[in-house]
Design a protein around this ligand. Structure first.
Ligand SMILES: Cc1cc2nc3c(=O)[nH]c(=O)nc-3n(C[C@H](O)[C@H](O)[C@H](O)COP(=O)(O)OP(=O)(O)OC[C@H]3O[C@@H](n4cnc5c(N)ncnc54)[C@H](O)[C@@H]3O)c2cc1C
Length: 255
């Protein structure tokens, strides 16, 4: 990695550099990757072992004393000409109980540090004429959501999202709020110590259910589950028009 800067008190942007990033081709704006976090003895990556492997299979190929911890992060931006990728990582605690290897790595990362990268594909996949789109996210899905909302063409054949697209974002503190470069309507909700999912409203923003063309829900697992249920039961949104992913689960490590 080459550089790390604080975006907010709880989010750090880390720039990764590798010659392979010049050829890397992201497909969706919420594309993610597995970060292989070195242990105390460092990280030994056998040449070619990560190519074509699933992240877990790749990690298994690494001898036990060098085997990394694996966590998932979004490709926030990609500069192929510089061979660089930015990743924005939430710092969620500083003691053993509330932190994890990913957050600890991000808090301490500095120039010259080494980590592994195995690419994966995002889930944002609206139908071509999706109509009005709804987004629900928390701070961990903010990098992915920011990329989707800012994309000139968020998915092939899909025009840029305008005011009719609505995003609801739940964050822990007021200070977690970040500017998003988008024409879409964005609502922020502050959790302030409550459990994930309690600050985010169950609303359809006055949109008649049959006008909701697509919903993307990525956040803590219970927020995702409850929001998805609401969209289906109250909103009448067809299951196949909702893509979702539990990015983390309260009280459990996301291995
Ligand atoms: C597809 C995908 C993309 C993702 N993209 C991003 C991204 O771009 N940026 C990002 O920051 N995260 C992202 N995440 C979430 C990230 O992978 C998890 O938050 C991850 O578990 C953090 O790892 P950790 O080692 O810090 O904590 P873990 O070892 O997984 O967890 C340790 C403890 O911390 C708690 N914890 C974990 N995350 C949080 C949190 N955010 N707030 C409060 N408590 C928490 C857990 O409940 C557990 O009790 C993404 C997840 C997925 C699946």
């Amino acid at each position: 990695m080459t550089e790390a800067v604080s975006l907010t008190p709880r989010m750090r942007r880390i720039t990764l550099r590798a010659p392979e990033f010049t050829d890397y081709e992201p497909i969706r704006p919420d594309d993610f990757f597995a970060l292989l976090i070195p242990g105390l003895e460092g990280l030994a990556l056998p040449a070619g072992a990560l190519v074509g492997s699933s992240p877990r299979a790749a990690a298994e190929l690494i001898p036990a004393r060098f085997r990394p911890e694996l966590r998932w992060y979004t490709v926030r931006s990609h500069r192929p000409e510089a061979g660089e990728i930015d990743v924005d990582i939430v710092l969620h605690g500083d003691d053993e109980a509330s932190s994890g290897p990913g957050g600890r790595w991000a808090a301490a990362a500095g120039p010259g540090d080494v980590a592994g990268f195995v690419e994966g594909n995002g889930v944002y996949s609206p139908p071509v004429s999706a109509g009005r789109q709804l987004f629900f996210a928390d701070e961990t899905a903010l990098p992915a959501l920011s990329s989707i909302l800012a994309s000139a063409e968020p998915s092939p054949g899909c025009p840029a999202l305008g005011r009719e697209a609505t995003a609801h974002i739940e964050v822990e503190h007021e200070s977690d709020i970040q500017p998003i470069d988008t024409a879409a309507t964005v609502h922020w909700h502050v959790r302030d110590g409550r459990r994930p999912g309690l600050a985010i409203p169950r609303v359809l923003d006055g949109i008649p259910p049959d006008e909701i063309g697509y919903a993307w829900v990525c956040a803590e697992a219970s927020l995702v589950q409850e929001t998805r249920r609401f969209l289906i039961a109250e909103g009448g949104v067809a299951k196949e028009l909702i893509t979702f992913s539990g990015y983390w689960r309260q009280g459990e490590a996301r291995t």
